[in-house]
Write a new protein. Structure first.
Length: 153
């Protein structure tokens, strides 16, 4: 199991950087994602972060927790203080708390109320076969030989 927490200031301008940090972390863990899986992770992270922005305090630091187990990635965005009450839209089935995109891309998602804030979370499938992270090849440089200096004729 791999697990990490990232701290991010809750502002819309940080969404792109957060998506890239998440993908970079997964690559560092050796979880190889194809283009479709990368897009899925991007959509899920974006929607969870947007929900935290909508229901949290802008400018506040939020915690993004990633947990990767065999075949699953759980992404949690945790706010400290909330400003809005989550309401269930009329005429909808289910909780109505997270965007429809999460229902399409995530195998499970939800919102957990805590004494101080909320946790927006989703689980997505990731490859079960981890690719080995490649180590950088040692830097080899060729030093000039210590031959006799060139003679000028």
């Amino acid at each position: 199991m791999f697990q990490v927490q990232l701290l991010v200031v809750a502002h819309a301008s940080h969404a792109r950087g957060l998506r890239e940090r998440v993908l970079h972390r997964l690559a560092g863990w050796g979880i190889g994602l194809d283009a479709e899986a990368s897009d899925t992770v991007r959509v899920v992270v974006s929607n969870l972060f947007a929900a935290a922005l909508l229901h949290g305090v802008r400018g506040q630091t939020v915690t993004v927790r990633l947990s990767a187990t065999r075949g699953e990635l759980t992404v949690e965005v945790i706010t400290g203080v909330t400003t809005h009450t989550l309401r269930r839209p009329r005429g909808t089935v289910g909780t109505g708390r997270l965007p429809v995109a999460l229902a399409v891309y995530a195998t499970a998602s939800g919102v957990t109320d805590r004494p101080r804030g909320r946790t927006f979370w989703a689980t997505v499938p990731v490859p079960t076969r981890h690719r080995r992270t490649e180590r950088a090849a040692p830097l080899r440089c060729r030093l000039p030989s210590r031959a006799a200096p060139h003679s000028r004729a």
